[in-house]
Write a protein that binds this ligand. Structure first.
Ligand SMILES: *[C@@H]1O[C@H](CO)[C@@H](O)[C@H](O)[C@H]1NC(C)=O
Ligand SMILES: *[C@@H]1O[C@H](CO)[C@@H](O)[C@H](O)[C@H]1NC(C)=O
Ligand SMILES: *[C@@H]1O[C@H](CO)[C@@H](O)[C@H](O)[C@H]1NC(C)=O
Length: 326
């Protein structure tokens, strides 16, 4: 009813809801003989007739995924039985505009065990959210090859192994969070082959090696968060052309060198830079004051620093809410 707006559409919806009980016997009589696998349930609460077609193939894939989730203290997956994953009482599943599973959200359910490769067989999945559980073992590399997956949230689990390089093979993934896990190894530069990558959060793992300069070529990047790892090397000068980047957080690593003096007016959307708690040295580049939307600059707990450029002091004084910590 929020769609139409106004009293006319509300009245129409009320009329529709009143008419449905009368239509129901007719609907049942006509639809069931035509398609036996189809279930029509009248929901007296919303006034809608809910359709679902059996999807035994995806039901079986989901049960194989469940086999890996050996610890399910709240019994969230108990009702994953039968051939209708798009219907109640299947928990955590959404089939947007159809009878294929498009969303799987099992966040905050205290689920433990492994994430099995079978997950990648759900080729209609658009969003996978398993955040805030106790999942262990490696992240299946095949996840990067899922043709429609756009959002992958595995934040706050106990995944081990590396960041899958296959993130770069995807032409659909836009939002990826693998933060707060136990991932090791380097950030694969190949991940930057994904031109649609918009947010990447790898914070709070045990990653080593450099921040790949290749991300400077991912024009879609809005958030790049790699804080609280053991990343070394320098802050990439190659990021100076990231016009959509809104926040870059790399605090709490072992980065060396200086803050790039070419970061400036080309970073049109950049609001927040956090490079605190590293091993950076040198002067604070005056060019940072040319980043048009900069509101937050954190450089505290580094090595050697010169004076704060006058242009940044002026910005701090004139822009309400500006945060500069050094
Ligand atoms: C993924 O991309 C890499 C290049 O970054 C390529 O070598 C590899 O064959 C691709 N893998 C698949 C499964 O497509
Ligand atoms: C970064 O650390 C790795 C070991 O994890 C080391 O091999 C490499 O030389 C270091 N790189 C720099 C630039 O310090
Ligand atoms: C930034 O401005 C605040 C007041 O708005 C001031 O307290 C703070 O000292 C300033 N910081 C610097 C580095 O100038």
């Amino acid at each position: 009813m929020t769609r139409g707006g106004g009293t006319a559409s509300a009245a129409r919806a009320a009329a529709r809801a009143a008419a449905l009980p009368l239509l129901l016997p007719l609907l049942l009589a006509t639809t069931i003989p035509l398609a036996r696998a189809r279930v029509d349930l009248y929901d007296p609460y919303t006034g809608y007739v809910d359709h679902a077609v059996a999807n035994p193939a995806q039901a079986s894939i989901l049960r194989r995924v469940r086999d890996g989730m050996t610890d399910d203290p709240n019994r969230a997956l108990l009702n994953w039985e039968g051939d209708y994953p798009c219907k109640q009482p299947w928990v955590g599943i959404r089939c947007y505009q159809g009878n294929d599973v498009t969303h799987l959200d099992l966040s905050h359910r205290s689920i433990g065990g492994d994430l099995l490769d079978a997950i990648a067989e759900l080729d209609t999945l658009v969003e996978l959210d398993l955040s805030s559980n106790f999942l262990t073992g490696p992240i299946p590399t095949a996840i990067g090859l899922m043709p429609r997956l756009a959002t992958l949230n595995l934040r706050a689990n106990r995944f081990t192994g590396g960041v899958p390089a296959t993130l770069g093979n995807s032409s659909s993934l836009r939002h990826v969070s693998l933060a707060q896990n136990r991932l090791r190894g380097t950030i694969p530069a190949a991940a930057a082959n994904n031109a649609k990558l918009t947010t990447l959060d790898l914070s709070a793992n045990a990653l080593t090696g450099p921040i790949p300069t290749e991300f400077g070529g991912v024009a879609a990047l809005v958030e790049l968060h790699v804080a609280k790892n053991m990343l070394n090397g320098t802050v990439p000068r190659e990021f100076a052309g990231l016009a959509r980047l809104r926040s870059f957080r790399a605090q709490g690593n072992v980065l060396e060198g200086t803050v790039p003096d070419n970061w400036g007016s080309g970073m049109l959307d950049l609001e927040a830079i956090d490079l605190s708690r590293n091993f950076l040295y040198g002067d604070v580049p005056a060019n940072l004051a040319n980043i048009p939307k900069l509101r937050e600059l954190r450089l505290n707990h580094n090595q050697v620093w010169g004076t704060t450029p006058a242009a940044l002091i002026a910005l701090n004084a004139s822009v309400p809410g500006f945060v500069i910590v050094r």
